[in-house]
Ligand binder design. Structure first.
Ligand code: FAD
Length: 741
């Protein structure tokens, strides 16, 4: 932003000059602001006008206190005071018949431009020598110094229908202005109030206290509160989203990472595959576009150094069964609290569905492995190929002080496709198995016609994977409509871009083989009344063509999974917070999909962490749960009008034709270029809903000067506050509010 201060006298057209300068830049597509400061001043009284010029919308409406350049319209005002607050490299543009060296003393070391604005204006008949009107003349000089063209000057003047002598005098000044840097050492101008202290608006003693006590003027008074940012409330992992975004906005990515690591060991994973409910909740979505929180998290995870793992020592030991995000999050939380943690995983490696389900093109295995490595570095001991059944769980509960069970959903739903389905020689299979086999390069669908049945993440990932493996045609059949699919909608859209076909309102009936091909008989559906889940129920169509056949080479079933609760000891019941009660041995808690079927990585991370805190409280009595959340700062409390619209920084995405032939990651994150700083720029779009970030607007806008910064907080002097509410109306974050006295 460029800020200018114009010093002139009443009647000389200083405010008009401000507007003309602003107009010249406005016509060059800049955002501008121009205003004067005067009240009852009469003609001839010194007054100031200000200009702001920026590439982005300008929301600061305060007077300019540290101008980039100053312009002096009246020779009698020339003196050191005009450079108060002026930046060292700024120009001092003077209306004077004298050469710049005449001011060598007063403006030593400064950039000075001189022009005889009065002489030119009077010669052109603009005012008299006693009361010259020098604004349009000085516009020419200013334009020359700032690198504008004469055409800009003419356009600005034409826009307000200033012709003839105004244009001629501006042209003369454009040509006659002389610029130089004066010799000598630059000395900042003496401060406005001496005593060695520059008074600022935030100083308590500026202007002293207002003289009128509140008395019975006020019925309301300002107060401060902290609300819950909607992103924080929306994060199932329990991350302090607002705080890490704020740290990223300061480009303190290490601090941002530490904030995330307090609640989640998986910033890199979540920065890639989280459906980002925080972004759905983001108030900025009501203004322009939600802050791109997921990309910021990814950037932080990929760029900030991980802190050394620290874990105190405790005597208690906890067993964790299952190593999906729930189990690993529980293990991480417990290890950081000092517990000795051992993980028992039935599969050959850690990671749960992060390893076996979510494909490489969305979650590169090496990055998931790095995050698991970091969890283990907290002293966690893993055992793989160690399946835990009911008996083994009982054994663990007698040898450990507590057990966490995060076994996910292990039972895949099947479909009765008819007796012929059995003879399909592995060409009908579960989506989860298909995805796992692909990881082991144990599958080929090249040239095949593939039909996937289902509408969840597994269905879409299986379909997109088949495309990448060179399938000739991939169709997803789903008995409801696209907007009712449980799959993450971005994934659905990306799949369609890659050539996956979606057949909505189609339900499979039966299957048989014909001449070596699979034939899936399907039923067209329509939507009826809502069922108990609130979604419109699909009901069969009765038209003539409602039943039809789809021929294909492979059918992939992705109809959802459910929990295998055979591990739960007989007689045990799942109670509050997924604790198993009715047992005599160590406490057992469930978490993740096995407990709530929430179906997202973040929810599993949150479930594992909360269960870990329950275990900690059960074993020690110490309560580490976050305090009850404050009310959410909804869009109604945010001062949206105080923010400028700014386009969202988007991450890079591979083009669909490139995606069809490779398992390379589709989303590439922000363009990593230091000069571009997209993560910080994007983080700076955050409204900081409901949380004060010391923007000082309440101080700046209080007409009585009774709001005072006290350290990181603020105080109101209620003896003088008249309850006007300006501070509250100017608080962008809903922190300052008005309430009865
Ligand atoms: P899991 O990840 O299922 O882990 C359970 C672990 O327990 C497994 O390692 C299993 O081997 C082990 N285990 C089970 N039984 C035993 C036993 N008896 N003894 C020992 N070990 C046992 N969510 C998102 O947020 N974003 C996505 O993009 C996304 N994509 C998905 C794509 C697919 C294909 C699938 C299937 C799911 C996807 N999800 C996604 C959902 C997400 O992966 C799950 O919600 C999450 O992994 C659940 O975590 P969990 O720890 O509860 O269970």
């Amino acid at each position: 932003m460029i800020e200018l201060t114009i010093h002139g006298r009443g009647g000389q057209g200083g405010v008009t000059l401000a507007k003309l300068i602003a107009t010249a830049y406005f016509l060059r597509d800049k955002h501008v602001q121009a205003f004067g400061v005067y009240a009852a001043e009469r003609s001839g009284a010194p007054l100031q006008a200000f200009v702001r010029i920026d590439d982005e919308e300008i929301t600061n409406h305060n007077q300019v206190s540290q101008p980039d350049h100053v312009i002096v319209l009246d020779p009698t005002l020339i003196g050191p005071q005009v450079t108060r607050g002026l930046k060292p490299e700024g120009w001092v543009i003077l209306n004077t018949p004298q050469p710049a060296v005449a001011f060598a003393e007063v403006f030593a070391g400064r950039n000075v431009a001189v022009v005889d604005g009065t002489g030119i204006a009077v010669a052109q008949g603009l005012g008299t020598r006693a009361v010259p009107i020098v604004n349009t003349t000085m516009l020419g000089a200013v334009a020359r110094v700032f690198g504008l063209e004469l055409a800009d000057v003419e356009a600005a003047l034409a826009s307000v229908r200033f012709h003839g002598p105004n244009v001629d005098s501006a042209r003369e000044a454009f040509e006659q202005v002389r610029q130089t840097t004066l010799p000598g050492e630059f000395r900042p101008a003496a401060p406005a109030e001496t005593n060695g202290h520059v008074a600022g608006i935030l100083d308590a003693d500026v202007g002293g206290m207002p003289s009128i006590h509140t008395g019975n003027w006020a019925t309301r008074a300002p107060h401060r509160r902290q609300l819950t940012p909607p992103c924080n409330q929306g994060c199932p992992a329990g991350n302090d989203v607002r705080s890490f975004v704020e740290a990223a906005g300061r480009e303190d990515y290490a601090a941002a990472l530490e904030i995330i690591l307090k609640t989640s060991p998986f910033p890199g994973v979540c920065g890639r595959v989280c459906p980002a409910p925080c972004m759905t909740a983001c108030n900025r979505g009501d203004f322009d576009q939600a802050v791109n929180i997921r990309e910021i998290e990814r950037y932080v995870a990929d760029h900030a150094p991980r802190p050394e793992p620290t874990y105190p020592w405790r005597a208690h030991a906890v067993a964790v069964v299952g190593s999906g995000p729930a189990g690993l999050s529980a293990a991480y939380t417990l290890a950081r609290l000092g517990y000795r943690v051992e993980i028992f995983e039935g599969g050959p490696a850690l990671g749960g569905l992060l390893r076996t389900g979510i494909p490489e093109y969305r979650l590169p295995q090496h990055m998931m492995a790095d995050e698991i490595e970091y969890i283990l570095a907290h002293g966690v001991l893993p055992h793989v190929n160690h399946f835990v059944d009911r008996q083994e769980l009982h054994r663990l509960s007698t040898t450990f002080d507590a057990v966490f069970v995060g076994t996910g959903l292990q039972v895949s739903r099947g479909l009765k496709l008819g007796p012929e389905a059995g003879g399909s020689e592995g060409r009908v299979e579960q989506g989860i198995d298909f995805l796992d086999r692909v990881r082991h390069q144990d599958v080929s669908v090249k040239g095949e016609d593939v039909v996937v049945i289902g509408g969840g993440n597994t269905a879409i990932d299986a379909a997109r994977t088949a495309v990448r493996l060179g399938a000739h045609r991939v169709r997803v059949v789903y008995r409801r409509t696209r907007d009712q699919m449980p799959a993450i909608m971005e994934e659905v859209n990306e799949g369609l871009d890659e050539g996956v076909e979606l057949h909505e309102l189609v339900a499979p009936l039966r299957m048989h083989e014909d001449l070596g091909r699979l034939v899936l008989t399907c039923q067209r559906m329509r939507l009826g009344e809502p069922d108990e889940s609130g979604r419109a129920q699909p009901i069969p169509e009765t038209t003539e063509d409602a039943v039809f056949d789809l021929c294909c080479d492979r059918i992939i079933l992705a109809l959802g999974q459910s929990a295998d609760l055979s591990i739960v000891p007989e007689g045990a019941q799942v109670r509050d917070h997924h604790r198993l009660v009715g047992l005599t041995a160590a406490p057992i808690f469930l978490g993740g999909d096995v407990a709530d079927n929430a179906g997202t990585v973040t929810a599993a991370i949150g479930g594992g962490r909360i269960a870990a805190l329950h275990i900690h409280r059960t074993l020690t009595g110490e309560d580490l749960f976050p305090p009850p959340a404050e009310p959410v700062a909804g869009p109604d409390v945010i001062g949206m009008q105080l923010f400028a619209h700014r386009p969202r920084q988007e991450g890079l995405v591979l083009r669909p034709p490139d995606r069809r032939i490779t398992f390379t990651e589709v989303r590439r994150g922000f363009l990593d270029e230091p000069s571009h700083r997209p993560a910080a720029l994007e983080a700076q779009r955050c409204f900081s809903c409901g949380v004060c970030n010391q923007c000082d607007r309440c101080v700046q806008h209080c007409p009585e000067g009774i709001v005072r910064r006290e350290g990181a907080g603020y105080e109101f002097d209620y003896s003088y506050c008249k309850g006007c509410g300006l501070c509250a109306s100017q608080c962008p974050r809903g922190v300052v509010y008005m309430a009865q006295l």
